[in-house]
Design a protein around this ligand. Structure first.
Ligand SMILES: [Zn+2]
Length: 625
């Protein structure tokens, strides 16, 4: 790809572009006034106060070759000031059609009232260029301001029509990680907004946000996939080195209520935060990737804030409070570390890694290795097949996959159910010569063959066969109380009914993904043996937690990629729910002793092996900070 700088220089030499001596930061230093109302530090704007904003701002000047500027910043680090200074310079020096997009119309309204109106009112060179508001201003979908030689539209990413309003030479897309996935069924709002600029090859695009959740975070995508990934290297007062500061590696304290220092990555000396002003003044942005050649990306965590803003001790206190609470910690990672949140349970689970694990333990299918004390079985009902898993459980809920099978045929026919019975009645061989049968069987009744599934369960209730259904309630308990359902079979009500349990699918998926991350055999570890095929492991690991707005709140929701087969995961969920059912009948402290006594009393001549308890493993969040 041709280098953007080269293209620009050639265009410049060919006389296509006028020389322009003033940059955005120079404009702001010369003309911008901060009001007492909108700013904690009123008076003339000084870029020297937040020197790290100079380079991002100047990439937005016409004299800079960069077309796109991406700011992945912690909250309250000055992103919005970049937007305002750029807008001011556009109105004053380089007028053209300009589009500013906030996540919602309400946020656009608030920005207009709290920041834009003061900017235009209090900066004289802007006041004289802005036309008085006219009746064209449509507060329902957008705010519109005319200025000499240009037009400025402010809208929300939730307004599809606002985004299709006009071609734009300049686009500022603010807080893009909070944009809806689609706006008014008109497609991706960021793509739509950017498409407005296609007729202006020398136009500029500014994209800013604090990050959200990995996999569904626009700013992370922009920063990692397209930009040159610049990080700020502070000028260290100790040794003169320039260093990028990461929280986990370089921020230290002796006591949780004591002073926080930055430990110099170069010389190891502890640096107090009163050096910040000098450290920032001498800081440089260091690119760490090639990028697409037109996108300059800037990453800035909260601990880079200037002296007098958020102190390091406050960030440390927030961090210590958030530790151990995923929702609080997500907020800290997004707003302070300025990084995408990766759910601990979901990170780094993939089929390839598990296939390598399965290969190291090639126990044959249908065989229960030592340690398996209890078998649990689950049946998933699809339109043209049944799918069955048998899981072995042992002390510490260690798990072994014992059997997995698809039984093809319509669930309306009795043949497929007869094959389920065959598996259910199989005596699976134990290591010590004994055998085990599935103690509890869960049958999914949520599909199109509810009556057939109920009927199967009703006739086998005495053998531990129960009906289950996934609960749509978020954070539902792993296993509900269970209720009697009167089966209405071909119009007849049958006495006695069926025991139906609601299952907390969300909760159990988290449990499974957390367990898949456990690296060595012991409590919670998951074994696969020769039962695990590529398809099986793909199905087990295909889902991801992604954020979704529900009634104005962001929640994390499990989603599978379209077309993916997640039955192996569902079956594992059902088996773990059955484990809960078994646990209800035992004293949890002595449960495995009792089960082991039953198993070995009947079957085994030799004393049972006990596994030493594995050391507890601390969970670790996968993140760069
Ligand atoms: Zn040093």
């Amino acid at each position: 790809m041709a280098d953007a700088r080269t293209i620009y220089r050639e265009a410049f030499r060919a006389g296509l572009m006028p020389p322009d001596p003033m940059s955005v930061s120079q404009w702001a230093d010369a003309y911008r006034l901060l009001s007492g109302k909108g700013s904690s530090e009123p008076g003339p704007w000084r870029t020297a106060r937040t020197p790290y904003l100079r380079e991002p701002m100047d990439c937005l000047s016409p004299s800079s070759p960069w077309r796109r500027v991406v700011l992945m910043f912690g909250s309250q680090m000055g992103k919005t000031e970049v937007v305002l200074n750029w807008l001011g310079a556009i109105i004053h020096l380089w007028p053209g059609p300009t589009l500013l997009v906030q996540p919602t119309l309400d946020m656009a309204k608030r920005l207009n009232r709290q920041r834009l109106e003061p900017l235009l009112r209090e900066t004289p060179v802007l006041t004289e260029r802005i036309a008085p508001a006219r009746s064209r201003d449509s507060g329902n979908t957008m705010f519109l301001k005319e200025f000499q030689g240009g037009l400025f539209v402010l809208t929300g990413a939730n307004s599809g029509s606002g985004l299709q309003s006009m071609p734009a030479a300049y686009l500022a897309a603010d807080e893009v990680s909070s944009y809806p996935i689609e706006a008014d069924d008109k497609g991706d709002p960021l793509e739509n907004a950017e498409a407005r600029t296609s007729t202006f090859p020398m136009g500029k695009i500014l994209i800013t946000s604090t990050p959200g959740t990995r996999g569904a975070c626009r700013i992370t995508e922009e920063f990692e996939r397209r930009s040159d990934q610049r990080r700020l290297a502070l000028a260290m007062p100790c040794c003169g080195s320039r260093e990028v500061i990461r929280w986990r590696e370089h921020m230290v304290w002796d006591r949780p209520d004591g002073e926080v220092w930055c430990q110099c990555p170069a010389c190891g000396e502890r640096v107090a935060q009163h050096h910040k002003t000098a450290m920032l003044a001498g800081a440089v942005w260091q690119p760490s990737a090639a990028g697409d050649g037109i996108t300059a990306g800037f990453h800035l965590p909260g601990w880079y804030a200037p002296a007098g803003w958020t102190p390091w001790e406050q960030i440390r206190d927030e961090f210590l409070r958030a530790k151990g609470d995923p929702l609080l910690l997500k907020g800290w990672v997004n707003k302070r570390a300025a990084e995408a949140w990766e759910d601990e349970a979901v990170a780094k689970i993939n089929a390839d890694g598990l296939m390598a694990r399965a290969a190291t333990e090639p126990y044959p299918t249908g065989h229960c290795p030592a340690g398996v004390l209890l078998l649990l079985m689950a049946v998933d009902v699809q339109d043209t097949w049944l799918e069955v898993s048998v899981w072995g459980l042992g002390r510490g809920d260690e798990m072994w996959l014992i059997w997995h099978q698809q039984i093809h045929g319509s669930p309306a026919e009795s043949e497929v159910w007869q094959q389920v019975d065959t598996i259910r009645q199989t005596e699976f061989a134990r290591e010590d010569g004994g055998t085990l049968r599935p103690r509890q069987v869960a049958v999914d009744t949520g599909g199109h063959f509810t009556q057939e599934a109920y009927e199967f369960c009703r006739l086998r209730a005495k053998d531990g066969v129960v009906a289950i259904k996934g609960s749509s309630t978020r954070a539902a308990p792993a296993l509900g109380k269970g209720s009697k359902v009167d089966v209405n079979h071909r119009g007849k009500t049958i006495k006695g009914g069926v025991q139906l349990f609601m299952i907390g699918t969300d909760t159990l998926k988290r449990t499974i993904y957390a367990r898949l991350k456990i690296p060595q055999p012991g409590p919670g570890f998951v074994h696969f043996g020769q039962n695990a095929t590529d398809d099986y492991l793909e199905g087990l690991t295909c889902e991801r937690l992604v954020p979704r707005m529900v009634k104005g709140f962001q929640v994390l929701e499990w989603q599978k990629p379209s077309g993916a087969r997640n039955e192996p995961l569902d079956l594992c969920v059902y088996c773990l729910a059955m484990l809960e059912l078994v646990k209800r009948r035992y004293n949890r402290a002595t449960m495995w002793d009792q089960i082991e006594a039953q198993v070995t009393q009947v079957k085994a001549p030799k004393p049972a092996q006990r596994r030493p308890a594995a050391p507890s493993r601390p969970g670790g969040f996968v993140s760069g900070w």
